[in-house]
Design a protein around this ligand. Structure first.
Ligand code: DGL
Length: 282
């Protein structure tokens, strides 16, 4: 039974291609595993949509993905995690798979490494409005109070997605979001959107070397490894596993953009047809 489960892939879900920054960490930390990644590129961006719009859509897509067979569900999207936290837990439980999401591990690391307790969160409006990071950080208030400064960036994920190579306009946008973080004198910044690691060098320059940037990928990969070992379902052997991609939008643009995000070839991308709320365009 365990051998059968061990042979199943790890499922990864995101609103589009931002989750590839998380997949990259998983590929590095758990190279023997197989992965199946579903990006809801027709629904992107999630970060400016309401939970009422997002929840049923995420439920259908994650149910579909797990229906194909998986041993672990990784939700590599902060906006999806924030909008559909409870349904995600229920769907994973119904399929008998473990669930890892982005908000918890980042909050745990940020609370542990901040010296001053002044933590910044840069995230999409959906994620900030949900209060998910504030709640998760409060759960780690221990040795001292935490002062959390949240900045909602309504346009940053789409700008990053469309912005290769980055120009002065991208710099100006990132700089405008740094102003409040600087005046709050944070010493730790949670990159609360899986697109943001792409602008980490800019953020580091604008905020200064002393501000620590916390991204989701590393923490999630470590949590994934612990889960697979505890369950006895890690892939055996030393051969590199496989990865496969599915998306709800145009497969060619997903492949092209995704290759730039992952910096590895994506191979064939399979289209997934979704009935339901009309897909928004960028
Ligand atoms: N992956 C999404 C997130 O982490 C990107 C933003 C979006 O879809 O708007 O929030």
């Amino acid at each position: 039974m365990n051998a059968e489960r061990a042979a199943l892939p790890i499922a990864v879900f995101d609103s589009g291609i931002g989750g590839l920054t998380v997949l990259h960490e998983l590929l590095v930390s758990l190279p023997q595993e197989d992965y199946v990644y579903l990006g809801d590129s027709a629904g992107f961006p999630y970060g400016t949509k309401s939970p009422e719009w997002l929840r049923p859509r995420i439920e259908r897509l994650v149910t579909y993905l797990l229906g194909r067979g998986a041993k672990l569900m990784v939700v590599a999207c902060n906006s999806a995690t924030s909008a559909a936290a409870e349904p995600l837990v229920e769907i994973a439980a119904a399929h008998g798979v473990g669930l890892l999401t982005v908000v918890g591990p980042e909050s745990e690391i940020a609370a542990a490494i901040s010296d001053s307790g002044r933590i910044g969160v840069l995230a999409t409006p959906t994620t900030v409005a949900s209060g998910a990071y504030r709640r998760a950080l409060e759960a780690h208030v221990g040795r001292r109070e935490l002062e959390v400064t949240e900045v909602a960036a309504h346009d940053l994920a789409p700008i990053i997605q469309n912005g290769f190579p980055f120009d002065e306009g991208v710099m100006r946008t990132v700089r405008s979001y740094c102003e409040r973080l600087k005046s709050a004198e944070i010493d730790t910044l949670i990159l609360g959107c899986t697109h943001y690691p792409l602008v980490a060098p800019m953020l580091q320059r604008m905020l200064g070397r002393d501000v620590r940037l916390v991204t989701a990928g590393h923490a999630l990969a470590a949590a994934g490894q612990r889960f697979l070992e505890a369950e006895g379902i890690a892939a055996g052997g030393s051969a590199e596993g496989d990865y496969r991609f599915l998306c709800t939008g145009d497969v060619e643009s997903f492949r092209e953009l995704g290759t730039r995000f992952l910096q590895m070839p994506l191979g064939d991308v399979e289209h997934v047809e979704l009935d339901g709320p009309p897909a928004a365009t960028l």
